[in-house]
Design a protein around this ligand. Structure first.
Ligand code: G3H
Ligand code: 13P
Ligand code: ZN
Length: 314
């Protein structure tokens, strides 16, 4: 199997009441950890690349790593559906560059634009992408947190207005829609009790029957890794994510794609801090990257089974 777009994955996920995990990749160890987890759990997976990831690792390295992941799965005897997705594409040119350069799915993020401009930009990307069988995700509503160089303040975040979704989807032809229901990017998602607006998700899915919804900012900020970071010299007081039961509930509804980046960062950072503290004279990067990759793999396996519910769906 070649890299796939998200159409078939989402169709099955919607019907089956589960979600596909979309994990951000920035280097080889991250790609390997996620891929090994997906192979072990026979789970379809989306490997996603941000503008920042392309700037860090270069487009070509990331594409080749994801192609290697596909080959690795084949060699392991699993025909794994893998989509290579652009996360938070900032403009038409970036989306075009990814479509031309081997991605099978792109997000055009016009959530900061006035509705008419978001529609126009999304429509243009869809028109181009569909010629190449590439699926497109767009966003309505704004999440608080950090997205590349844009920092959205909590009071500037806006829940998605369900009144806008039908016009948006029908006039753009977009394949999936990210909505804002109270999640946010990064490791500090809630000041008090976590709360998501499931009423908005319900209303959106009532207006768009069968249409795949995407949840950004969906890391759980797993306490064991926050504790590990704090124990070994880090400082992340008050870090808090989305409880797993809320994510499970979203996955059983119209949410077909759950985005995770922060949890990968926390697992890697926690383990590397621990390794540094416990083996101060070690200076071979493999000595700390190997356990970091292993922790990341096990964390992704846990998410596939207990959050996404997509184990065995490959
Ligand atoms: O939504 C943002 C993702 O976590 C990507 O983060 O832009 O720092 O690569 P990044
Ligand atoms: P987290 O920061 O919660 O991992 O969200 C990642 C994300 O939404 C990537 O687009
Ligand atoms: Zn996001």
């Amino acid at each position: 199997m070649a890299l796939v777009n998200t159409a078939e994955m989402f169709k099955k996920a919607y019907a089956g009441g589960y979600a596909i995990g979309a994990f951000n990749v920035n280097n080889m160890e991250i790609v390997q950890g996620i891929t090994e987890a997906a192979i072990m759990e026979k789970a379809p997976v989306i490997l996603q690349v941000s503008k920042g990831a392309r700037a860090y690792a270069k487009h070509v390295y990331l594409v080749k790593l994801v192609e290697a992941a596909l080959q690795d799965a084949k060699d392991s005897g699993v025909d794994l559906p893998i989509a290579l997705h652009l996360d938070h594409g900032p403009d038409f040119e970036t989306c075009k560059s990814c479509i031309d350069g081997g991605f099978t799915s792109v997000m055009i993020d016009g959530s900061h634009l006035p509705l008419a401009e978001n529609i126009e930009q999304t429509r243009r990307v869809v028109e181009y992408a569909h010629k190449y069988n590439v699926t497109v995700e767009a966003e309505l509503g704004r999440l608080a947190g950090v997205e590349d160089d844009v920092k959205v303040q909590a009071d500037d975040a806006l829940y998605t207005d369900p009144n806008e979704v039908e016009e948006f989807v029908h006039s753009t032809g977009v394949d999936s829609l990210a909505i804002a229901i109270g999640t946010s990017h990064g490791a500090y998602k809630f000041k008090g009790e976590p709360h998501l607006r499931f009423d908005i998700l319900e209303e959106v899915s009532r207006r768009l029957p069968g249409f795949p919804i995407v949840l950004h900012g969906a890391s759980s900020v797993m306490p064991e890794y926050v504790e590990m970071i704090n124990k070994y010299g880090g400082s992340m007081p008050g870090a808090q994510g989305v409880p797993e039961d809320m994510l499970r509930k979203a996955a059983s509804m119209a949410v077909c794609k759950i985005n995770v980046d922060s949890d990968l960062r926390l697992a890697m950072t926690g383990v590397i801090r621990k390794e540094f503290a416990e083996h101060p004279s070690e200076f071979d990067p493999r000595a700390y990257l190997k356990p970091a990759r292993l922790a990341l793999r096990d964390m992704v396996r846990h998410k596939i089974v207990h959050v996404m519910g997509c184990n065995g769906k490959a």
